[in-house]
Design a protein around this ligand. Structure first.
Ligand SMILES: Nc1ncnc2c1ncn2[C@@H]1O[C@H](COP(=O)(O)OP(=O)(O)OP(=O)(O)O)[C@@H](O)[C@H]1O
Length: 320
């Protein structure tokens, strides 16, 4: 089962460049969260800070009662075992075949015998649909296969937290849909806490339980998927609906003249909130909320046509 990550007042600068300040959010245990934000807003820096590869200037990250920002390197090494990280390109060793790549963390961090390692590698390769490709070198694989191999390797130590850095980068929409399904199925199966950094709006709208948006050196909003998808907050609305009208410009922020020029531009209505992606077997994940529940509980009327026209508050399995 996953663990909660409690982030309070996190601030990070490189020299005089403030990346973000006072970032506060809780990643709920066992839920899937997505982090969005224009390029350069420090999403990857946040992921690296979560696994202790970068130290923040201020703030805390509490996991299982320990503030990892205050841990010594030796203790951090133990905490890192809670994490599985899928980097953008899979971060595989080019000279090792897939089997050895996936076995690597087990050989480095455990005392398992080679036959035990074989069983774990086979299970994870099976989970990501790569059985039979064990002898291939990373260079012989497509981008999607490399990502899946990277995911198998991220899973071998049975992580309680899985971080995905742009899992959809370089993938076509079909492969992205398959990978997203794999993430949802994985969450259902092992209950890990998952954080996905992505630029893919479709992923952000359909996969997570929660969405966060980094913008202008702070966390503009973080909360349940339906809260963000029904938000009238201009930056959230612009980003999640991929619109040009709004405060985000080509180089992050529009200036006063640009904003004044579009003051009278009428924004298109919010698009319907789509149904959340279900696990392949149609059984809702343990932390999955029925469609429309958040809106109903908070007195928000979702945009017309939301949830595929299903009844608000209906059982997600029934909505398929
Ligand atoms: N180790 C570092 N030293 C100095 N500056 C850094 C370092 N790592 C990142 N930065 C800077 O931090 C800022 C945020 O980078 P980051 O890669 O986290 O952005 P991002 O939101 O993930 O962008 P993208 O969506 O384009 O991947 C950038 O200006 C980058 O140059």
């Amino acid at each position: 089962m996953g663990v909660e990550i409690d982030i309070r007042g996190l601030t990070k600068s490189f020299g005089r460049q403030v990346i973000w300040r006072d970032v506060t959010l809780t990643l709920p245990a066992g839920e899937i969260s997505v982090l969005l934000g224009p390029s350069g807003t420090g999403k990857s820096v946040l992921l690296k800070t979560l696994v202790g590869l970068l130290r923040p200037d201020a703030g805390s990250i509490v996991i299982e009662g320990q503030d990892i920002c205050r841990l010594k390197e030796r203790d951090l090494y133990e905490v890192r075992k809670l994490f599985g990280v899928l980097f953008q390109d899979g971060a595989l060793f080019g000279s090792m075949n897939l089997y050895d790549n996936v076995a690597f963390p087990l050989r480095e961090h455990t005392r398992k015998s080679e036959s035990e390692i074989r069983a774990v590698v086979r299970e994870k390769m099976d989970l990501v649909g790569l059985v039979g490709a064990e002898d291939k070198l990373p260079g012989e694989l497509s981008g999607g296969m490399r990502k899946r191999a990277g995911l198998a390797r991220a899973l071998v130590l049975d992580p309680k937290i899985i971080l995905f850095d742009e899992p959809d980068s370089g993938l076509d929409p079909v492969r992205t849909a398959f990978l997203n399904q794999l993430i949802v199925d994985l969450n259902q199966r092992i209950g890990a806490t998952i954080l996905i950094v992505t630029h893919d709006i479709n992923t952000a709208r359909t996969v997570p339980d929660n969405i966060g948006l980094l913008y202008h050196r702070h966390l503009a909003m973080f909360g349940p998927r339906e809260m963000l998808l029904s938000s009238e907050e201009s930056v959230v609305r612009q980003f999640l609906n991929a619109q040009r009208v709004g405060p985000i410009g080509m180089s992050e922020e529009k200036d006063a003249d640009e904003l004044a020029a579009e003051r009278d531009t009428e924004l298109p209505p919010l698009p319907p909130i789509p149904l959340q992606m279900m696990p392949s077997d149609g059984v809702p994940r343990s932390r999955q909320r029925p469609p429309g529940q958040w809106c109903a509980e908070n007195g928000i009327v979702p945009p017309a046509g939301s949830f595929g026209g299903s009844d608000v508050g209906a059982d997600p399995a029934a909505a398929l």
